[in-house]
Design a protein around this ligand. Sequence first.
Ligand code: UTP
Length: 289
Amino acid sequence: MKKIKKAVIPAAGWGTRFLPVTKSTPKEMLPIVDTPTIQYIVEEAVRSGIEDICIITSPYKKAIEDHFDRTKELEQLLSATGKEALAEEVRAIGEMANVVAIRQKEALGLGHAVYCAKPFVGDEPFAVLLGDDVVYHGDKPCIGQLMDVYADKGVSVLGVQTVARENISKYGCVAGRQVGDRLYTVEGLVEKPKPEEAPSNVAVLGRYIITPEIFRHLENTKPGAGGEIQLTDGLKTLAEEQGMYAYDFEGRRYDVGDRLGFLEATVEYALRREELRDDFMQYLKGIVK
Ligand code: UTP
């Protein structure tokens, strides 16, 4: 079985839920405290052992590619002014992985965005981490947990968690059987079902391990829900062909493409920062009264 070395991060959507800022700033570059969302995601992949990362961007999102480049002038300035730790931090961002970008020329849907990564992926299984989903994790990063399941089962794996039934219509929904600790077989997939029609409350949450045969299925996938080429539709036929698992990963997931999710992430990440924690907590207690 091939080892997972590559990850694709789709980040070419318009971010309409977060207008007006997303008119000119990619939502993936919005900071959670002081770090762009997409950096947390790249770090998760790197900590899981991924070496090569392809970000799917759009003509309006150059800032994402720039962030993972070296900025030697800034590094030199920081060093020259005695800010060595900061200089090192800035340098490390430019060197954390082999990051490349592929442009999705039109936002035709998540399935189409993943299809754009075909020349980068080739004939290997690969990880997909959505550019606006952040998962705060303990010892093992979310995508690393799915990589372990792949190593055991050898077929595609979806990262899932259960959600309140009234919220299932925001997600891809898994029909399946629990076959182990946190593990389900995928026997059906529905994109954004109505709560009363959903086969379960198990939601697909922005993390996937996918075998390369997905590209054949995406090639033949017609626009589905919302007129977009849906990854869910391609995964559904892939599951019928090869089998597929869903893993209820450990970790707190934030949808930072949603305003409320973004605010939750901001507050909780700030409270996890030692240098901010006490002052911020005091401030929050004060205003909550
Ligand atoms: P979303 O549906 O959350 O992103 O897609 P969006 O379309 O940008 O958001 P809204 O609904 O308009 O606010 C999930 C991920 O897939 C990427 C997005 O950038 C996001 O990371 N995506 C979506 C693409 O790369 N291309 C697309 O055509 C659509």
